[in-house]
Design a protein around this ligand. Structure first.
Ligand code: GLA
Length: 701
């Protein structure tokens, strides 16, 4: 899969459906040559040339450097920029060797580069995922000298694209309760930057990109894409040069950032996975989904149907009400009962108690175990909410340790949701978090943690950390978070984790190495969720997406939707219920229990199958998403109509992913078709009126 053409010094990474080729040019620079439909390594030999335009633009090949070392004639977005101990700031890196090794079961190419004078080594890693046409790139930077080297920017990878008539960038944007909104834009000369500077992944953007010529659709067309495994400040820069060269560089955001690399130390950048497909955005997503299932997330277990008390009780949590909720939840068929915020300290509202991780005795006079035993007796597992990185100023913890939060000594401390953020890389703070989490998980039979983070970083000063290292804060926070999660997972392998940050502000391939599922948005309105879930699905798979059924009218926006609509919308990921069941009638419980059972029946298709977005009737207000089991034997179709105009019937909808020659039965329609007919002629969706919905099970006969 990894080829080396020694005579011309060209490397080719061959996957099932792509070739990725670069070579070492006459100047010793790693030059990108090709990324796309499979070609032979020999075919790329003529591409390895230097190209100048004028004395002003003498080395255009630097625009397609595999990894852009800032120095000399590099004027495009740099991949690496350093300050040497003597104040010189220019890199002259030469290729010194390479290795092809097996690493974590993946064939991996490691390219080694060294500076001509200064003691720095850079190992650029390409790990190949051939079945999904993906390459995982990262870089290790090693200080082999005796003095500190300052890393001003150390990106994970630069992805050069071939010449296209146009370059269309697809990404997501958003905000609290409106995360994962899809956007696309044509790139003109200059840079388009998507990034986070808020300390976490951020709901305003998410670290992945896709580029196509503007022609790709869900079903076909060339798409180049990538996703970054980093949960802190990140930056993805899509840059188009005046010579029509487009390169996408990404990694840790260099804004207000610096890392001091001491003698003998090394720094590993986060992993940036990139891929190529000819199967349009649909196949891009399916490759990313199954890559995460197989290579990123920590467990292959099915995700459980959960109940979460947040929207039912908010901070008004107590043993009695929670037990009543648990009893109702069990009747629904819920498998995991989760108590959200409000169970600890003086946490009666969002103004106090955060940081005081002891069970509130007034709310739980007999401790948490009384409730947990009840939950178990009802046949469910027990989960709980925590937000360990934050503190309310009105808390015992803050009163004792006001210096534990990020702050600048001469400035105020900005509060967001009445809270401040702990400097978790301070050893005693990290230990405090580990101690209470270990205590919580050791003393209680808890199998699910919802780990929240409800504020951004402000005034990023770290007390007691050396002055010249203060800009390491953004990186240290994330590194420490990963260390804490890694240790907790190791100690408590039976506990599943959900990543949450005021909704969907911390979902990325970095945290997903430790998380079993994620909370995409606090917006639980079943219609609003459809676009959030669509945007989510571009890079992340259904199983990782927790979706709750909540009240109608929706508490968010007063929208009225039917029970079926709310269930179907939530069944598209990992199903949860978030309503106040104490107010539900027995009849409603019974109807809902039937939906929960339906979900359990289709769960293997949703959580392990392939997802197909079917946007053909979007202009008619229809959202349709189909799931197909890997063996093609079973499929599920969800359809949602926003509102019907003039009583117009909807055109037929063509399905995808079925086996053409096989017959499929749709029970709800009481009929059987071939896969060929379903995929080419399609079916009529009997959606009528406003906010109508359907779910079809399509089974091979
Ligand atoms: C955040 C989460 C919610 C809920 C609250 C609790 O907003 O996204 O789901 O847990 O915190 O305070």
């Amino acid at each position: 899969m990894i080829q080396y053409q020694e005579q011309h010094r060209i490397f080719a990474i061959q996957t099932k459906g792509s070739s990725y080729v670069f070579g070492i040019n006459a100047k010793g620079i790693l030059q990108h040559l090709y990324w796309g439909t499979p070609v032979d390594v020999e075919d790329c030999i003529p591409l390895l040339t230097n190209r100048g335009h004028s004395s002003f633009d003498m080395e255009l090949e630097r625009e397609i450097e595999e990894y852009s070392f800032w120095g000399g004639l590099v004027y495009s977005e740099p991949s690496l920029k350093v300050i040497w101990p003597d104040g010189v700031r220019d890199l002259c890196m030469d290729y010194t060797g390479h290795q092809i090794v097996q690493q974590d079961g993946k064939e991996t190419l490691v390219m080694t580069m060294k500076d001509r004078i200064y003691p720095l080594e850079v190992h650029m890693t390409y790990a190949v995922i051939p079945e999904f046409d993906l390459i995982e790139r990262s870089v290790r930077i090693v200080n082999t000298g005796e003095h500190d080297i300052v890393l001003e920017s150390m990106q994970s990878a630069a992805w050069s694209l071939p010449t296209l008539p146009d370059y269309r960038l697809t990404h997501v944007t958003g905000k609290w309760s409106g995360e994962f909104q899809l956007r696309n834009t044509l790139l003109s000369e200059g840079k388009k930057v998507i990034e986070s500077r808020r300390g976490f992944t951020d709901g305003h953007a998410n670290p992945w990109f896709a580029v196509d010529s503007g022609q790709a659709t869900e079903e076909r067309g060339q798409v180049w894409f990538g996703a970054l495994a980093w949960s802190g400040n990140w930056k993805i820069t899509a840059e188009k040069s005046s010579f029509n060269q487009v390169r996408v560089t990404g990694g840790i955001n260099d804004f207000d950032s610096e890392w001091i690399l001491g003698p003998g130390e090394s720094f590993d950048t986060p992993m940036f996975v990139g891929g190529y497909t000819e199967g349009g955005f649909g196949e891009m997503s399916r490759h990313l989904h199954h890559y995460q299932y197989q290579y990123i997330i920590p467990s292959q277990e099915p995700r459980k149907v959960l109940y979460n008390s947040w929207e039912a009780t908010y901070f008004d949590v107590n043993a009695k009400d929670q037990m009543a909720l648990a009893e109702r939840a069990a009747k629904l068929g819920v498998e995991l009962f989760v108590v959200d915020d409000g169970w600890f300290g003086a946490r009666n509202h969002d103004r106090a108690g955060l940081g005081d991780w002891f069970v509130n005795q007034e709310k739980f006079p007999n401790g948490l175990n009384e409730l947990i035993e009840k939950v178990h007796a009802f046949g469910m597992e027990f989960g709980i909410w925590v937000e360990p990185e934050s503190v309310n100023p009105d808390s015992e913890l803050y009163r004792q340790h006001p210096d534990w939060v990020y702050h600048f000594p001469t400035r105020g401390r900005t509060e967001l949701r009445n809270q401040l953020l702990l400097n978790i890389s301070k050893p005693e703070v990290k230990q405090y978090i580990l101690t209470f989490m270990i205590d919580l998980l050791s003393k209680h039979d808890i199998t699910f943690i919802k780990w929240d983070m409800n504020r951004t970083i402000t005034e990023p000063g770290m007390k007691d950390h050396p002055i010249h290292r203060q800009k390491e804060v953004w990186i240290r926070h994330v590194q420490t978070l990963y260390e804490i999660w890694a240790e907790l997972r190791e100690r408590f392998p039976h506990v599943a984790f959900e990543t949450c940050a005021g909704g969907g502000s911390r979902i990325d391939l970095g945290i997903l190495r430790y998380a079993d599922q994620s909370w995409p948005s606090d917006n639980t309105d079943a219609f609003d969720r459809l676009s959030i879930q669509e945007g989510f699905s571009y890079a992340y798979p259904p199983k990782l997406m927790t979706c709750w059924v909540t009240e109608s009218p929706s508490g968010m926006n007063k929208r009225v939707t039917s029970l079926a609509y709310r269930f179907y919308s939530a069944m598209m990921g990992t199903l949860g219920i978030g309503s106040n069941l104490n107010e539900w009638s027995d009849e409603l419980i019974e109807q809902s229990a039937a939906f929960v059972q339906q979900y359990k029946d289709i769960r293997p298709v949703i959580q392990y199958g392939q997802q197909y977005r079917l946007p053909a009737l979007k202009h008619k207000g229809v959202t349709a998403v189909q799931y197909v089991s890997l063996d093609g034997s079973e499929s599920v179709l969800f359809g949602f109509l926003h509102s019907q105009r003039l009583g117009e019937p909807l055109p037929r909808l063509r399905l995808q992913g079925l086996q053409a020659d096989q017959s499929y039965r749709i029970d709800q329609l009481e009929s059987t078709w071939t896969g060929r007919a379903l995929m080419n002629i399609g079916i009529e969706l009997p959606l009528r009126g406003d906010f109508d919905s359907l779910m079809y099970r399509i089974q091979r006969v």
